[in-house]
Design a protein around this ligand. Sequence first.
Ligand code: CA
Length: 227
Amino acid sequence: MMRVLLAEDDPMIGASVRRGLAQDGFAVDWVADGRAAQAALAERVHDALVLDLGLPRQAGLDVLTAMRRAGDTRPVLITTARDAIADRVAGLDAGADDYLVKPFDLDELAARLRALLRRGAGRAAPKIAYGALELDPAAREVRLGGAPVEVSPREFALLAALLARPGAILSRAQLEDKLYGWDESVESNTVEVHIHALRKKLGPDVIRNVRGVGWMIAKAGTSEATR
Ligand code: CA
């Protein structure tokens, strides 16, 4: 699951965007002003930012400029009013990756975010393939050796997080960050439960447990990792 920071001061737009993205499988944290957005960005837990340019306390354009100046390359999609062409141009020139004009369609926002996250991960292809395993983020489908595997949204999110960095060990805290927004509580053994379910479905060799450290997708051709 991709974790998105939403910076939007309009309560109705914010609530509907958060709900829509959550239904599309994103974990969403919502802040309503520019300073809160900057504080949240400093935590470095989000995969992308949806940024209203007209924010109180600190303008969206200033948030974006500060972010890029600090070397933060995470994808940013700006949202603006229909007549604010100059704002959109300034936003794109300040380092935004994409924009939508209000009111926008939530399915389109979700699709654009997936495209940005794909590009951010250096992939042009919409599907993630690794060995016999294939993930389709848009359809949220998993295939193993071509055969479909039923997984829950959280299981899918865990698998996607691990597959984004094959060979890297992700700790429980890192995986929890991928799974939950701020307002969702995490039960202490949840990651283990989902990993256990995934290993039952995919076989024990796809996800390696590195004892006391975390989990990883073994790089193709390596088998020395502990289970
Ligand atoms: Ca606004």
